[in-house]
Design a protein around this ligand. Structure first.
Ligand code: PDD
Length: 275
């Protein structure tokens, strides 16, 4: 397991979690996953700004500043000799006897951070992956990176049972996002993705992709599109911190085809940013 950061201290290999932690009992907390390339944190500031925002949206205040979090992550990477991998960060509302309402007096948030080695998902990035489409059964605050992931977990498992990598979620006929990724379609040379409102997570990779499209002069439209539009796309791809930019070659029984020119251009542009 390596060195873990837990509530202000670094621990070797293990920490004891309290069974009354509200993260454990209610999923009452928020999280982030930060990518590390060749020992360097990628877009860490954006991730921690989002963590602080997510905490605020559930009326919790993050105990440390963005700069402090970055510094702790750098120490964790160092102490674990992490080269390529991820850092998992979670904040819960704290420890209190089980009661749905917030504890009074307010509890101190519990912070946990650990690292793990993970190679880049190059095979899927090169060949594309199979996906399924399924109903988006989540709540209406998908912009918060909350620990409550049951709907995402159920949809992801449905994908895995179908031999697929991701579940593309559909709400009222509209494509929102994947169980753990953002979704894009390409039509006539332009990229379309769901607007960053309450129905999706505003992905950090999505923001990098937007920047890459601007640099490449590829039109990037934050507009909703339907399930039918998705199936008639020239290209479809998904993105996340762990999947990077992964082309989709199949949705249910519908074959989309080999990775296309736009996704390849974006992957090249992304590559220059992680170096
Ligand atoms: N998930 N949408 C959802 C629902 C997600 O869970 C994620 C990321 C994304 C992409 O966000 P980003 O580009 O910031 O990673 C979109 C992480 C990786 C996870 O839960 O493991």
């Amino acid at each position: 397991m390596g060195v873990i950061y837990y509530n202000g201290e670094f621990h070797d290999d293990a920490v004891s979690l309290d069974y009354n932690d509200r993260g454990y009992q209610f999923g009452d907390g928020v999280y982030e996953v930060v990518r590390v390339y060749e020992g360097r944190l990628f877009t860490a500031r954006e991730h921690f700004e989002r963590l602080v925002r997510s905490a605020g949206e559930i009326k919790m205040s993050a105990p440390k500043s963005v700069d402090d979090y970055i510094q702790i992550c750098e120490q964790l990477v160092d102490r674990n000799d992490l080269v390529n991998g991820n850092i998992y960060i979670q904040l819960t509302r704290g420890v209190a006897a089980r009661n749905h309402a917030f504890p009074v007096p307010a509890t101190e948030p519990v912070t946990l951070m650990y690292t793990y080695t993970a190679e880049r998902p190059l095979k899927g990035m090169q060949n594309g992956v199979k996906t399924i489409s399924t109903e988006d059964i989540r709540w209406l605050r998908c912009d918060i990176k909350s620990l409550n992931l049951l709907a995402n977990v159920l949809n992801k498992e449905k994908a895995v049972q179908a031999g697929a990598v991701e579940a593309i979620q559909i709400r009222d006929g509209v494509v929102t996002e994947g169980a753990s990724s953002n979704v894009y379609r390409v039509k006539d040379g332009a990229i379309y993705t769901h607007p960053a409102d309450n129905l999706i997570l505003n992905g950090i990779t999505r923001r990098v992709i937007k920047e890459c499209s601007q640099e490449l002069a590829i039109p990037f439209h934050e507009e909703t599109f339907g399930h039918d539009d998705l199936l008639t796309s020239d290209e479809v791809f998904i993105s996340s911190t762990t999947l990077e930019i992964t082309p989709v070659n199949q949705i249910d029984d519908q074959v989309i085809g080999e990775p296309g020119p736009i996704v390849k251009k974006l992957q090249q542009a992304f590559e220059t940013k992680i170096k």
